[in-house]
Design a binder for this molecule. Structure first.
Ligand code: THU
Length: 158
């Protein structure tokens, strides 16, 4: 028997002003698109902006449904759109911004487990780590390079 330990690494930026211009633009796009989410049931809005290796940016937000499980997270809408339309481009960065209509807070949000698994899929496919920027409607940003920092032991078929 061996005891093992996994370490995760992340950075905290106090505001978008501390980011590179490229990351800042993406965070602002994620925040902006979050405000157009269709979230009448949870009133929790999530926006995401994906930067591809071609420099194309894809934005999306969460879409809910009266039949709750049929809704989908912002991240998966954007990731699936990216893969459907630009299957040969790498995903460099994904910015995720969330905020509740009920409670004003600038707490950063982090992606749900299902979205982490989907990010892992594309990271494994492209053999290059994805930068993940996580934030609220304003304020600080948590950044990780590589999904291992959010989902160690992700499911793999091989
Ligand atoms: N949501 C996302 O869009 N992304 C996540 O990573 C977590 C949750 C959405 C789903 C639902 O519309 C609302 O936020 C509340 O769970």
């Amino acid at each position: 028997m061996q005891n093992k330990k996994i370490e995760i690494n992340y950075c905290i930026y106090l505001s978008s002003e501390e980011l590179t211009e490229e990351d800042k633009k993406l965070v602002l796009q994620a925040r902006a698109i979050s405000l157009k989410a269709y979230a009448p049931y949870s009133q929790f809005r999530v926006g995401t902006a994906i930067l591809l290796s071609s420099n194309k940016v894809i934005v999306a937000n969460n879409q809910e449904n009266a039949s709750y499980p049929e809704g989908l997270c912002a991240e998966r809408i954007a990731l699936f759109y990216a893969s459907a339309n630009y299957p040969n481009k790498k995903i460099k960065t994904i910015a995720i911004a969330g905020n509740s209509e009920l409670q004003i807070t600038d707490n950063p949000i982090t992606p749900c487990g299902a979205c982490r698994q989907v990010i892992a899929e594309y990271e494994i496919k492209q053999k290059e780590k994805i930068k993940i920027l996580m934030t609220g409607i304003s304020g600080k940003i948590i950044a990780v390079k590589g999904i291992d920092n959010l989902l160690p032991f992700c499911f793999k078929m091989k």
